[in-house]
Write a protein of this length. Sequence first.
Length: 305
Amino acid sequence: MAIFDLFSKRQKRLRGEIPDIYTYHIPHVLRVQIVHIIRDAVGRDIYNDNYAEQVYEFLHNAICREYGVFRLGNGSDYQEQLLNYFLQTQKTEEAIDIIELSFKYIDKVIREDYWRYSQYTNPTLEPDAAINELNERFKENGIGYSFESGEIIRVDSTYIHNEITKPTISLLWNLKFKGANEEYLKAHEHYRHGRNKECLTECLKAFESTMKVICHEKSWAYNQTDTARKLIQICFQNGLVPTFTQNQFTSLQNLIESGIPTIRNKLGGHGQGQVPQKVDDEITRYGLNLTGTNILFLIEQSELI
């Protein structure tokens, strides 16, 4: 279903009431909108095959198993129990759990055999349309999350998300970079949960994995145990950056060498000593964005995709 630009929305924009700073609590209005999207994407059983009910049964039971409970709450069927719990839970992360698992199922399972599935449930939203509407509803409500490549990731800046995060995930989605993609998405997952040290650790892993793939595909000699600094040297020595622009990228090499590895090593990668080290959100966000920028640059320069 299309998103309608209602009179009330236009008036809010004119009054400057559209949020320009993201928040991370899932309000009730957005939860209701998401329920509509899930229902439209899953559809309703037309015959007696219970295809749609099996979707809700799977989602309900998966969440129950992870939370260590037998049922999520009141309801005459799995759909009611799951969606009512989603609407009522006061824990934002639980609400996001249900959003992520539901849309992961829509994206991966329903999409896989959509033509056959749709014959039995008549969904009114195809998987891509459902995901697009979810992300538009997040933005419309000023909520700093986005569903990308099967994961809910945290968004702090629309510009950075559109110019760095999404293009990086898109490039890493190629099977060649599967390991780096998993590590980059893990970094975002850690960041969303406030696990900043773990986020920086996964950033470095993703950065190193990307360079190892490039070295492997280009048949450049390297070792699996090579650190980021060594891998950076190999990439530059083999002309990843064109020779005639090498001098112009000297500062870039210094930035890459002193960027992610240093941040991770100083703040996330070694023993804390007597006083536990606190990695604040600002430096973590910088590390995450710097990782994406560097990965994006190196892959584009490698011309592997």
